[in-house]
Design a protein around this ligand. Structure first.
Ligand code: AQP
Length: 333
């Protein structure tokens, strides 16, 4: 049986190789299985959990949509839309806020990481972010949610919320309990400057990530400058212990080449780092530059993007408004 897929990406700028390998590449593969039905959302309501400049946000919504399209998400096969256009997301999020428990949210590690030391100054939105994410998923009866490893905990919360709603309102199976789809390997791509930190949009150093809008020269330069260490290339996977930067670079190579980490290790054992980095830079440029060229082309004239988002939001609205109506009826409204 086919899967019902839902996933989202925040339009917070600087979409990178981690977003591509950990999420978007997988979105395309799932879409290309004809049995699946896929909904891919530009989650702009999530983006405002941290302050955004309105003009930049507007551009980032278009740019994220362009990344979807340029990576191979096809509006004839998948629904592509932006979250703020479908009011059911905010409505369902409120209802589910009354189901979720404080204790559950207090355990979310992403809030702790993103709020940093000064939790008092973080927005309430950042704290309840996982509830909005649950609403996104549950409105579409998604059975499977492709995400990077960092979102696993939020997905478990979505499952808890669905089960509690069904039990509180005696409506077994009304909200479908979703499964995470996390790739077994390469689900967490790390910063090029620090192998212990994940590659992230908000890292102040542009050299820490490969942006999906980077051109070939920028990609080559960033790979050349990526951190490594003073030892030689490993010849076995246990040779990667305590070498997170080297493991990350070999992982990127393996993932983009659709091969195992072991095979990449074999391919480069005995080589020096500069040979490996040259090969890696070539591969990343070969995979990412066509995407970056297509993004730039799509962004020159955005009527196509606007049309796709409008048509997508109409389709999404159809599904989500029905579900929230049923939810309201169950609750007694
Ligand atoms: N480094 C990563 N490796 C693998 N997957 C990743 N994802 C993000 N970073 C990595 C996955 O990409 C999808 C979309 O992410 P998002 O935009 O919704 O939010 P995020 O996880 O907050 O992205 P960033 O880059 O980490 O942003 P900041 O800097 O704001 O924290 C998700 O499926 C995510 O797992």
């Amino acid at each position: 049986m086919g899967k019902k897929i839902f996933s989202g990406v925040q339009p917070s700028g600087n979409l990178h190789l981690g977003n591509y390998i950990g999420a978007i590449k997988n979105f395309v593969e799932l879409q290309n299985n004809k049995e699946n039905s896929c909904v891919y959302c530009v989650v702009d309501l999530h983006a405002i959990t941290v302050k955004q400049d309105p003009n930049i946000l507007k551009n980032n919504i278009k740019e994220t949509t362009a990344v979807f399209l340029a990576s191979g998400i096809d509006p004839n096969k998948s629904i592509i839309f932006n979250q703020s256009e479908v009011s059911a997301h905010a409505e369902a999020s409120w209802i589910l806020s009354c189901v979720a428990r404080m204790g559950w949210l207090n355990r979310m590690t992403q809030f702790k990481e993103k709020a940093g030391k000064d939790k008092e100054k973080a927005s309430i939105g950042l704290y309840v972010y996982p509830i909005l994410m649950a609403a996104d998923i549950l409105l579409y009866d998604a059975t499977h949610v492709p995400v990077g490893e960092d979102q696993k905990q939020h997905l478990e919360l979505s499952r808890d919320i669905a089960q509690k709603f069904n039990s509180d309102y005696s409506c077994p199976n009304f909200l479908k309990v979703p499964e995470p789809l996390i790739q077994k390997s390469f689900s967490r791509i790390m910063s090029l400057k620090d192998g212990k930190k994940k590659m992230s949009k908000s890292d102040p150093s542009d050299l820490s990530r490969i942006n999906l809008t980077d051109n070939k020269d920028e990609i080559i330069n960033k790979i050349k400058k990526a951190k490594t260490d003073n030892f030689s290339m490993p010849d076995k996977s246990n040779g990667l212990d305590k070498r997170p930067e080297v493991e990350n670079l070999l992982g990127i190579y393996a993932s983009l080449n659709n091969q195992s980490l072991e095979n990449s290790i074999k391919e480069f054992s005995g080589n020096n780092f500069s040979d490996f980095k040259n090969k890696l830079a070539e591969l990343v440029a070969e995979k990412i530059s066509p995407i970056s060229k297509e993004i730039n082309k799509l962004l020159k004239e955005t009527t196509l993007i606007d049309k796709i988002l409008l048509e997508g939001s109409e389709k999404a609205q159809d599904i989500a408004s029905k579900k929230v109506k049923e939810m309201k009826k169950i609750i007694g409204f």
